[in-house]
Design a protein around this ligand. Structure first.
Ligand code: LHQ
Length: 263
């Protein structure tokens, strides 16, 4: 596929999708969204892909919506930002959130506006030490979107989430880690290598079990304990019957590394 706003590569089970408009800090456009949809479909359909990494080219992850892109207008001719969300961001966030393979957002630099909340839809966020995240919306008199008003509070608590959204402060990688928004921070010089190492770990892991773990984690958002316990029993039944679980237990007994097949 010939992309213009992103780049993709697949190496050893890891599909890397790179937002690639570095001159504009990888700001999102309609074209970028369309290409992301194609790239995610390709990564989902390719059985050899076990892990997807989303990152940015150049010095930023992404500065969010491209503020110079032509605006969508409603039937009355008025600018309609809601239409942009409904057309592009909302489906993207839902798609990433429910993606059946492990997703990593690799924050290589500034991560602002909608880009921050697209990243938060990924399973694991890794950050370069120089990276920061900014719920930049209020600075330009906009409301946080792309799921931020939902996900932030669930991760950092309601009060901190509201402060992040109202202040639009730039939050350093170290603070992001303290707040639980980012799982690990690596020095810039080793960041790319560390991201690849973690992605490869997932690519060599039990893919079906990862899918079930994600299903359990996502479903828990709306469940009480009793419902979740029942779901866990069902998912464990599936995982326990998998070839990978038999291999995992055998490898443990034989004191060797497991060789997972993803089923
Ligand atoms: C940009 C952008 C950008 C275009 C940097 N657009 N060019 C969703 C749907 C519908 C409607 C509206 O909103 C949304 C949600 C959103 O995401 S709204 C956008 C939220 N994002 C922002 O408000 C962040 C805007 N960017 C910034 O504040 C700064 O660029 C940050 C703080 C991220 C980085 O600052 P610097 O490191 O100083 O870089 P810079 O500002 O010099 O940017 C470099 C270039 O990238 C520059 O272009 P130029 O031609 O002058 O070199 C910027 O204009 C361009 N750029 N963000 N979002």
């Amino acid at each position: 596929m010939a992309f213009t706003a992103i780049r993709t590569s697949t190496v050893e089970g890891v599909a890397t999708i790179t937002l690639a408009r570095p001159d504009k800090l990888n700001a999102f456009t309609g074209v970028m969204h369309a290409e992301l949809r194609d790239a995610l479909s390709a990564a989902e359909a390719d059985d050899t892909v076990r892990c997807v990494v989303l990152t940015g080219a150049g010095r930023a992850f992404s500065a969010g919506q491209d503020l110079s892109e032509e605006r969508i207008r409603g039937a009355d001719g008025a600018v309609d930002f809601g239409a942009r969300l409904e057309r592009d961001y909302n489906p993207l966030v839902e798609r990433i959130y429910a993606f059946p393979k492990v997703t990593i957002a690799a924050l290589n630099g500034p991560t602002a506006g909608a880009a921050a909340n697209v990243a938060l839809a990924c399973d694991i966020l890794l950050a370069a030490r120089s990276a920061y995240m900014q719920q930049a919306f209020a600075r330009i008199a906009l409301v946080p979107d792309a799921g931020g008003t939902w996900s932030l509070a669930r991760i950092v608590g309601a009060k901190r989430a509201l402060a992040l959204m109202l202040t639009a402060d730039q939050i350093s990688a170290a603070e992001l880690q303290q707040m639980g928004l980012v799982y690990k921070v690596f020095d810039d010089a080793v960041f790319a290598g560390e991201v690849t190492a973690m992605a490869k770990r997932f690519a060599a892991g039990p893919a079906m079990t990862y899918r079930l773990i994600k299903e359990a984690a996502r479903a828990s958002e709306g469940h009480d304990l009793k419902t979740q316990l029942a779901l866990e029993a069902n998912l464990q039944r599936k995982a326990g019957a998998s070839e990978d679980a038999a291999e995992g237990v055998a490898a443990f007994r034989e004191k060797r590394a497991p060789r997972y097949k993803g089923r």
